[in-house]
Design a protein around this ligand. Structure first.
Ligand SMILES: [Zn+2]
Ligand SMILES: [Zn+2]
Length: 278
C-alpha cells in the first residue's frame, strides 16, 4: 500500500515530523510514502511559508534543500525497515506561478509533484475562515466554472504529475450552496478530462474527504466521467496533516478505485510514473 499525499510539520497547518510519520508508516504496514508538503507561492497572500520546528520562514530554495536533505536521510534510514520514502510537494497552483515555480524547483530532486487548487482570486476556498468571502461573491455555477478553468490551466502548465483533491470545493461549498455544488456541468467536466487524457496527468483519490465528509475526493459521478473518457492514471493519498491519519482510508480508497475498473495506482520516482497493480 502506498500513500502519496502527506504533510509533516514543515507545512504550517500540519503536525508530526518526518521520523514520526516514517515510524507510523512501518507500524501500519505501508510499503511506500511520499511527503507532499505545501508549497504556496502566491505573492498576494501571506502563506508562502515553510516550517522547521516552531520556526516559520519564507519558502526559499535554501529551505527546500534543507527539507530535501531531511527526507533523503529518512529514505536511507527507513529502507532497512522495508519502507520506501519519496520526496514530493503539493503546489497550490494559481495562474502565472510557472516561472517562479520553475526557478524554485531547478535542481531539486523531486520524485513527485502534486498540483492542487486551494485558492481562487487568491482567496482560499479550502479554508473555513476564508471560503465565505469567495462564496458570497459568486454563484455556484460561477464557482464551478472558475475552479475548473483553474484546473485546466494547471493541467496545461505541464508541470505536475497528478491533480490533488479534484472536487475539494465541496468541503465547505456543500453547507453554503447545498447539493448544487455536486453538479459540475457535464460539458465542463468533459473539457477537463479531455485535457487530462491528452496531457497524461493523473488525478488523485484523496481519502481526507472520506474521513471528513464520508465521501472521497473526487465524488463517484466525477470519477465515472473520468472513466468514460478513458482515464487510467490515478494516485492515492490520505492527505494526512497529523501522524494518526497516515494511510487512513487507503484500503477503502483502493476498493473505491477498483469499483470503477481501475486496476493500478501510480507511484513516481524522480518524476517518472510507476504502475502499481491493485
Ligand atoms: Zn490540498
Ligand atoms: Zn494536502
Amino acid at each position: 500500500m502506498i500513500d502519496y499525499h502527506i504533510h509533516t510539520n514543515h507545512s504550517i497547518d500540519a503536525e508530526g515530523n518526518i521520523d514520526e510519520y516514517c515510524t507510523q508508516g512501518v507500524k501500519v504496514g505501508l510499503d511506500e510514502i511520499c511527503f507532499t508538503n505545501h508549497c504556496e507561492l502566491d505573492p498576494q497572500r501571506n502563506d508562502a511559508l515553510i516550517q522547521f520546528g516552531n520556526h516559520q520562514q519564507a519558502f526559499t530554495r535554501k529551505a527546500l534543500l534543507r527539507m530535501q536533505n531531511e527526507i533523503m536521510e529518512a529514505k536511507e534510514k527507513y529502507k532497512k525497515h522495508g519502507l520506501t520514502v519519496k520526496f514530493g510537494l503539493e503546489v497550490g497552483y494559481f495562474e502565472g506561478i510557472e516561472p517562479q515555480l520553475q526557478k524554485l524547483l531547478h535542481g531539486i530532486e523531486l520524485d513527485f509533484l502534486l498540483g492542487s487548487i486551494h485558492c481562487l482570486n487568491s482567496v482560499c476556498i479550502d479554508s473555513s475562515k476564508e471560503c465565505t468571502t469567495y462564496f458570497t461573491k459568486y454563484t455556484v455555477h460561477e464557482l464551478l466554472d472558475n475552479y475548473y478553468s483553474a484546473i485546466k490551466e494547471l493541467v496545461e502548465s505541464h508541470m505536475f504529475d497528478s491533480i490533488g483533491h479534484l472536487d475539494v470545493y465541496k468541503k465547505y461549498g456543500l453547507a453554503f450552496y447545498g447539493d448544487a455544488i455536486k453538479k459540475a456541468p457535464r460539458d465542463v467536466l468533459t473539457g477537463v478530462f479531455r485535457l487530462i487524457k491528452e496531457n497524461n496527468i493523473a488525478f488523485e483519490i484523496n481519502t481526507a474527504g472520506f474521513r471528513l465528509l464520508d465521501e472521497f475526493y473526487p465524488a463517484r459521478s466525477i470519477i465515472q466521467h473520468a472513466r468514460n473518457h478513458g482515464i487510467t492514471r490515478i494516485t492515492i493519498g490520505s492527505d494526512a496533516h497529523k501522524v494518526a491519519d497516515l494511510g487512513v482510508g487507503l484500503q477503502e480508497g483502493i476498493e473505491y478505485a477498483k469499483s470503477f475498473g481501475f486496476d493500478a495506482v501510480y507511484a513516481f520516482e524522480k518524476r517518472r510514473p510507476i504502475r502499481v497493480k491493485i
